[in-house]
Design a protein around this ligand. Structure first.
Ligand code: FAD
Ligand code: PHB
Length: 395
């Protein structure tokens, strides 16, 4: 098999890249480890930045998003039992964010790609990257749903490593090339989906003595809730009653606001880390999305950052194929990393502002409250939060 761009991974990065390339007349083949059903059902992110929403409309995949997405013009920060609204439309030039589940985005992108007769090879295993520092790289793999898993080879001009944090692309880069920057957090999030109408129209981020909590949603009938927990928290110790009791404590306000309860349909613990590799390129391999960087979910940035990376990559590949210029490809990593680091800073800032750290002392607690007081009373500070939250300009 031969194509122009081999894309490893059908997550947001790989799928958006394939549609951006298609628009430029560039061919690609996507190799995905899991089944279509698995990637279309995996519960992950929920919040799309303004630019991500615009891109879905531009690519012609925004029809369900237009009908089912929930536009949010602000968020609430809740601390000391009181809520304070950050008004994005006022503070961020009329922009808003949209709640629309990541697996719904995946469904829309997969459907568009398959409708255009562009291949996604699901259930490919043993993907191995070769000749990355030549002009003829290739990928070998096994395609388990066909030919009894015989070994196959995909020749290409470029490889896009869009296979997430645990993928094979980053690991294919020779030792000594990449520098890793990282920070682990001494906590995780216990996330649930509940069949209950959200108790608030907008997201609520809670700072509480007992730890962080977040109210989000998936639809007018489904609430998504998160609780700060230990990074290796045992879900077996969290029967539904205990989860609701803890959530009620953290969301409590002085004026008796109540969380709505309903049957819990999904429960999971997610670890938190900040992680960046530099550069995001080696030879003809370009890393994008979680393969190159991870942010803690507090700023809701992971999916959105993956989308901005592949926007840069598609433009650079477009310039290569249309004008024969490698300049933008050579700048890919530096261009992405400027935005990546600003988004890392914001995600870290939101995380340290709202969570309890095990070694916090009363000084740290007072400092967090002062920061929250400042952010909710100074127009300059709330504007800074708002412009980062709705999404910084694309590179
Ligand atoms: P992935 O989504 O990880 O996709 C990688 C794909 O590659 C997968 O389909 C995988 O199966 C495939 N793959 C892996 N290895 C191989 C291989 N060897 N061969 C072939 N294929 C392979 N982000 C936001 O922007 N907003 C949010 O609100 C938000 N909330 C989150 C909440 C939670 C609980 C979690 C866990 C994450 C959240 N994120 C959020 C982060 C977001 O989900 C990720 O940043 C995003 O999925 C990254 O996209 P990606 O395409 O880079 O990687
Ligand atoms: C979500 O809806 O899953 C979500 C929203 C905001 C975040 C993180 C996750 O900061």
């Amino acid at each position: 098999m031969r194509t122009q761009v081999a894309i490893i991974g059908a997550g947001p990065a790989g799928l958006f890249l394939s549609l951006l390339l298609k628009r430029l007349g560039i061919e690609s083949v996507i190799l995905e480890l899991h089944t279509r059903q698995y990637i279309e059902e995996r519960v992950r992110a929920g919040l799309l930045e303004y630019n991500t929403v615009q891109l879905m409309h531009e690519l012609g995949v925004g029809e369900r998003l237009r009908r089912q997405g929930l536009e949010h013009g602000g968020i609430e920060l809740r601390f000391n039992g009181r809520s304070h609204r950050i008004d994005f439309r006022d503070l961020a030039a009329g922009k808003c964010v949209t709640i629309y589940a990541q697996h719904e985005v995946i469904k829309d992108l997969v459907a568009a790609r398959l409708a255009a007769n562009c291949p996604i090879l699901f259930e490919t295993t043993d993907a191995t990257l070769h000749a990355l520092d030549s002009t003829s790289p290739y990928v070998t793999f096994r395609h388990n749903s066909q030919k009894e898993g015989a070994a196959e080879r995909l020749d290409c001009d470029f490889i896009a490593g869009c296979d997430g944090f645990h993928g094979v692309s980053r690991a294919a880069i020779p030792a000594g090339v990449l520098t890793t920057y990282e920070r682990d957090y001494p906590f995780g999030w216990l996330g649930i989906l509940a069949q209950a109408p959200p108790a608030s129209k907008e997201l609520i981020y809670v700072h509480h003595d007992r730890g962080f909590a977040l109210l989000s949603m998936r639809s007018p009938e489904i609430t998504r809730l998160y609780l700060q927990c230990a990074p290796d928290e045992d879900l077996g110790l969290w029967p539904d009653d205990r989860i609701w009791s803890e959530l009620h404590k953290r969301f409590a306000t002085r004026d008796g606001w109540r969380l709505t309860e309903g049957p819990i349909t999904q429960k999971a613990v997610t670890g938190m880390r900040s992680f960046v590799v530099e550069p995001m390129q080696f030879g003809r391999l370009f890393l994008a999305g979680d393969a190159a960087h991870i942010v803690p979910p507090t700023g809701a940035k992971g999916l959105n950052l993956a989308v901005s990376d592949v926007g840069v990559l598609a433009e650079a590949l477009g310039s290569f194929y249309s004008r024969g210029s490698s300049d933008l490809l050579a700048q890919y990593s530096a261009t992405c990393l400027r935005r990546v680091w600003k988004v890392q800073r914001f995600s870290w800032w939101m995380t340290q502002l709202l969570h309890r750290f095990p070694d916090d002392n009363p000084f740290d607690h007072r400092r967090q409250l002062a920061d929250l007081d400042y952010v909710t009373t100074s127009r300059a500070a709330s504007q800074s939060l708002a412009e980062n939250y709705v999404g910084l300009p694309l590179p």
